[in-house]
Design a protein around this ligand. Structure first.
Ligand SMILES: C[S@@+](CC[C@H](N)C(=O)[O-])C[C@H]1O[C@@H](n2cnc3c(N)ncnc32)[C@H](O)[C@@H]1O
Length: 191
């Protein structure tokens, strides 16, 4: 990871605790996603919930190393503008397509195949977002859904639903605030 990216991550880690509306994945979760993307070779990423761009910096920098790009979505124009400035400072603006709008609309109009997704916007729509994405995911694409530990009550239905689908292999991680790791399978599995 180059110096511009690590410096920008550090700047955001200093900024986030100073504002009330900057919820972000913990550092550990950022590192985990970065390593997972490097290991998988994922190129086409989608992030639902940009906020100020903290998780996006970890994700986009790994996708860029793989020669790929990130589409990141948030309906808050003020935060998107701030995030864009952080992506520019990190030298990642050319591989980040920041969309300001309703997540379901942007996902519905996106094309696949997608290799990596961070599902981290409004928790009540987690199922809807994966439903909209399912046919656009490539074989072995990874969907990480955040907050399965700290917001376990809100994510319980999602976790049950995704594990019952035959077209994902899905398990829980205790990384960061807890994440459900769902791997898209080419053919449904029995049991
Ligand atoms: C938890 S924050 C994302 C944190 C970010 N992934 C990070 O770790 O740096 C959730 C974001 O989702 C956005 N959001 C919530 N509901 C949305 C919706 N329906 N469409 C688009 N964005 C939404 C909020 O504006 C907020 O910035």
């Amino acid at each position: 990871m180059n110096r511009a990216v690590t410096d920008t991550i550090l700047r955001l880690e200093q900024f986030i605790p100073t504002v009330d509306d900057a919820l972000a994945v913990p550092h550990e979760a950022g590192e985990f996603m970065h390593a997972m993307i490097l290991a998988s070779g994922a190129k086409r990423g989608v992030e639902i919930g940009t906020s100020y761009g903290y998780s996006g910096l970890w994700i986009a920098s790994a996708l860029a190393e793989n020669g790929g790009t990130l589409v990141t979505i948030d309906h808050d124009a003020r935060k998107s503008e701030a995030a864009q400035a952080y992506f520019e400072a990190a030298g990642l603006a050319n591989c980040v397509d920041l969309r300001t709008g309703e997540a379901s609309d942007v996902i519905a109009s996106s094309s696949g195949p997608i290799d990596f997704v961070l599902n981290d916007a409004d928790k009540e729509n987690c199922i809807r977002y994966v439903e909209l994405l399912a046919d656009k995911l490539g074989d072995r694409a990874v969907v990480l859904t955040d907050n399965t530990v700290d917001l376990a009550d809100q994510l319980a239905d999602f976790v049950t639903w995704v594990r019952r689908r035959g077209d994902f292999y899905s398990m829980g991680l205790t990384v960061g605030n807890g994440m459900e790791l769902s791997v898209r399978l080419s053919a449904p599995r029995d049991g």
